[in-house]
Design a protein around this ligand. Structure first.
Ligand SMILES: O=c1ccn([C@@H]2O[C@H](COP(=O)(O)O)[C@@H](O)[C@H]2O)c(=O)[nH]1
Length: 291
């Protein structure tokens, strides 16, 4: 390195998320353009309808909430035209300074994970987001290329630990209290977040833990708080979870929770002002609950 060269360390995703949650409350709004919502919003089931739906969400939520989580599946079903809308939305949110979590739940052998890492977490990727969701069921170690890329570019990942759907338990609870599959994920994430913990910052390797998981965290003896991980909590609203459930599920890890809700907020559309006020109301409610 030349004498006059300085290394500027980028703030990590965890630190950026913590600041965004302090500014806006611990809510992430999901953009899930379901067919039923197209009907409710009086939009055609076409790429044009998808674009109008998505850009109304961007207008409503950019600068309003801590993070926005587009669900990739709803864009992929429209093929390249859908992906173009996703790319436009990610770019617009980035421009607005709002954090994005791309919900794509990628998981594959390491060499393929390296390509996913480039696709979503590298600096010049058209579909880059601030964080991406990952599935660890090919082994946590297979996620290494994505985790290392995220840590190197100031981005983050959310690894599935205890998902919000009832079927998840058959895999994630296996092994039982103290030795569960989910517990293995929590322990691996804790290791990856140690450096951030030493700096007093929230780590950038997050986990997904559903608001609908009842007493599973306690039953499986998962020490979520010590993992120093952002905890993305889906399941509120349409899946039956409530904000009060967050207290029961997360206990002392509550300050690390980023609750995410899609259909419940999107049902307030298509009016942009109504979408925004629904998101603000939900975020304020969560902020009070988690305080
Ligand atoms: O365990 C998980 C992981 C991800 N999701 C995703 O979150 C949203 C939830 O949408 P709602 O309309 O708020 O139910 C959706 O994109 C899921 O794929 C999840 O629900 N559970």
């Amino acid at each position: 390195m030349a004498d006059d060269e300085v290394t500027i360390e980028r703030p990590g995703f965890g630190a950026r998320l913590q600041a965004a949650m302090e500014a806006h409350g611990p809510l992430c709004v999901g953009i899930d353009p379901h067919p039923g919502l197209f009907d409710q919003w009086d939009l055609p089931h076409t790429p044009e309808g998808l674009e109008r739906f998505t850009m109304s969400c961007v207008e409503a939520f950019a600068g309003t909430v801590a993070a926005v989580k587009p669900q990739s599946a709803f864009y992929e079903q429209f093929g390249s035209a859908g992906i173009a809308v996703l790319e436009k939305a990610l770019g617009a949110l980035r421009e607005a300074g709002t954090l994005t979590v791309l919900d794509a739940k990628r998981g594959d052998i390491g060499s393929t994970m390296a390509a996913y890492a480039v696709a979503y977490l590298s600096d010049h990727a058209p579909l880059r987001a601030d964080a991406v969701t990952l599935s660890p069921y090919l082994g946590y170690g297979s996620l290494r290329p994505a985790i290392d890329t995220a840590l190197g570019t100031g981005r983050g990942v959310f690894v599935l630990a205890l998902t919000s759907n009832p079927e998840g338990a058959s895999v994630q609870h296996a092994g039982g209290p103290g030795a569960s599959v989910a517990g293995g994920i929590v322990n691996a994430v804790r290791e990856d977040n140690r450096k951030a913990a030493r700096k007093g910052q929230l780590g950038s390797v997050g986990m997904v833990v559903g608001a609908t998981t009842g007493s599973a965290v306690e039953h499986l003896e998962l020490d979520l708080a010590s993992a120093n991980a952002p905890l993305l909590a889906p399941g509120i609203g349409a899946q039956g979870g409530t904000a009060d459930d967050l207290r029961r599920v997360f206990g002392s890890a509550l300050p690390h929770v980023l609750a995410t809700s899609s259909r419940e907020v999107l049902a307030a559309g298509p009016d942009v002002a109504a979408l925004r006020s629904k998101a603000l109301e939900s975020a304020e409610g969560l902020r009070e609950l988690l305080a």
